[in-house]
Design a protein around this ligand. Structure first.
Ligand code: ATP
Ligand code: MG
Ligand code: MG
Ligand code: MG
Length: 477
């Protein structure tokens, strides 16, 4: 079943069950505390918190999401993309747990000939919060899941809150068992690679008076109006239904892997390391396409920096596959063609989108060439006991070749060595002090244009230590 068809079946099913179909919001979050929409519920936050009255009691959507916090998982696990689509159904003070479970089960297990998704009910598992005993009974009453396939979890996995006082509640999640070939018995609490999480049902029922950490908070009482927020991973369901191994091999993503394979002459499936790189390429190219499509341009901070980093990582992954020429002009149109059925605006806007992406690659290739040579020669000079690239080298890479530190760190990790980051930061701080003094002396005189990337580490951006700080916002869900 094609991804677009799963999406349509979802919307039809919830519409038939009284939900208003709401289009996806942009990937750019309207909530200023997060950069990108990381879940379907984000556009409904005002209704879910009761800040605004909801214009409908029930809604459904397929939301474009970006979770850069998952970037390190991409290509290595089967199920994490930086871009993905989250199917959601929402109740604003209308139905609650029982119906949420009934709807989810109904859609997942109804035969495909009847508009369902056709999952084998015997392969589905559920998790429930250990204090939410009511929900165990609901699973037993509403579905054919036996008690042995319902597992209990604590706050870490099965409690949702925003990180602030306000609404919160238990979650119940649905997993699909891929079978013994993918890992040991024991259900989702034992192995999340074999048992794939497909759907999270969030029951917003409490008012939290204080939230200290993800797992430590005070429940003040029940909410006057209880809400349902669910999220099903469209790509995860697609890969399971399409009989492929992971979400990068679905119809909307795989064509880019095939193109990366053609360009590099490497056969997909013949070498694990190359396969991971090809999956990274396919994921990142698609994410870049969708993010530019929604109006972000590469830049040195915030969303623009994340976009820049995605493009750079895709280009670097292609180099690791042996392709040193420009790759975006081959890969991006393939991704657009795979996605345009669901998002026709990608095709009509492709001229603009592609110009932005190609220019970014060109700028990056200039800096990469020279910096890689310096890095390699520094690496070769390391003694066998010496496993650290010096702060001086990292600084030279930045200062002369425009290498951001994260790129140096990534290359070092690939070579199995460390980087003296503290030394690098000291040199950076000294340079900033010098630059300030110079600027004062010159009063606005021109200064050397190092490269498109040197600016990355100016000012606050030098504090950039990875992605987690940019999207510590997984707190939303
Ligand atoms: P996981 O534990 O696998 O990281 P999650 O618990 O972080 O997933 P939720 O926040 O519950 O995910 O999001 C709801 C659903 O969205 C998940 O059940 C999953 O199907 C899907 N999903 C979450 N993150 C991703 C991702 N990075 N790529 C693709 N699908 C995702
Ligand atoms: Mg996650
Ligand atoms: Mg999870
Ligand atoms: Mg989850």
């Amino acid at each position: 079943m094609k991804t677009a068809e799963i999406k349509q079946r979802w919307l039809d099913y919830f519409e038939a069950n009284g939900h208003v179909v709401v289009p996806s919001a942009s990937v750019i979050s309207s909530d200023p505390s997060i950069l990108f929409n990381i879940a379907g519920m984000v556009q409904f936050i005002p209704y879910l918190t009761g800040r605004e009255p909801a214009p409908f009691l029930r809604a459904t959507s397929v939301q474009k999401c970006v979770r850069t916090a998952d970037i390190e998982e991409v290509g290595k696990t089967t199920r994490h993309g930086t871009f993905f689509q989250m199917n959601g159904n929402f109740s604003f003070g209308d139905y609650f747990k029982r119906e949420a479970i009934r709807y989810a089960w109904g859609l997942l297990t109804a035969p495909t000939a009847e508009g369902g998704l056709g999952f084998d009910p015997d392969l589905l598992w559920a998790t429930v919060h250990e204090d939410d005993l009511e929900t165990i009974d609901l699973w037993l009453e509403e579905t054919s899941v036996p008690r042995e396939r319902i597992q209990l979890r604590g706050n870490e996995d099965n409690f949702w809150h925003t990180g602030q006082p306000g609404p919160g509640g238990y979650c119940s999640e649905i997993y699909f068992d891929r079978g013994p070939a993918y890992g040991a018995e024991g259900g989702p609490i034992a192995d999340e690679d074999r048992y794939i999480e497909i759907w999270n049902l969030v029951f917003m029922e409490f008012e939290l008076s204080e939230v200290r950490t993800k797992v430590d908070f005070d429940i003040a009482g029940e909410l006057p109006a209880k809400n349902i927020d669910t999220g099903m991973g469209l790509e995860r369901v697609a890969f399971l239904l399409q009989g492929v191994e992971n979400m990068y091999e679905i119809d909307e993503v795989f064509p880019v892997i095939a193109e990366a394979s053609r360009l590099s002459g490497r056969e997909y499936g013949s070498d694990h390391h190359s396969d991971v790189q090809m999956r990274v390429v396919a994921d990142h190219v698609r994410s870049a396409l969708m993010i530019i499509g929604d109006g972000v341009r590469p830049g040195n901070e915030g969303r623009g920096y994340i976009l820049r980093r995605l493009i750079r990582r895709a280009v670097r992954a292609m180099r690791l596959l042996g392709v040193t020429t420009e790759v975006m002009p081959s890969l991006l149109p393939v991704s657009m063609n795979a996605m345009k059925h669901s998002y026709p605006e990608l095709e009509t806007d492709f001229d603009r989108i592609s110009r932005i992406a190609y220019a970014e690659e060109t700028a990056f290739l200039r800096t990469l060439e020279s910096g890689t040579q310096l890095f390699e020669s520094a690496y070769e000079k390391l003694g066998s006991a010496d496993k650290t690239i010096s702060g001086d080298v990292a600084f030279a890479l930045h200062d002369t070749h425009g290498f951001p530190i994260d790129l140096t760190l990534e290359m070092a990790a690939e070579h199995g060595v460390n980087v003296d980051e503290a030394g690098f930061r000291t040199l950076m701080a000294e340079q900033r002090t010098r630059a300030k003094a110079d600027a004062k002396a010159k009063k606005g005189g021109a200064h050397a244009d190092l490269s498109a990337y040197s600016a990355l580490l100016e000012g606050g951006a030098s504090e950039f230590v990875g992605y987690d700080d940019l999207e510590a916002d997984s707190r939303i869900r």
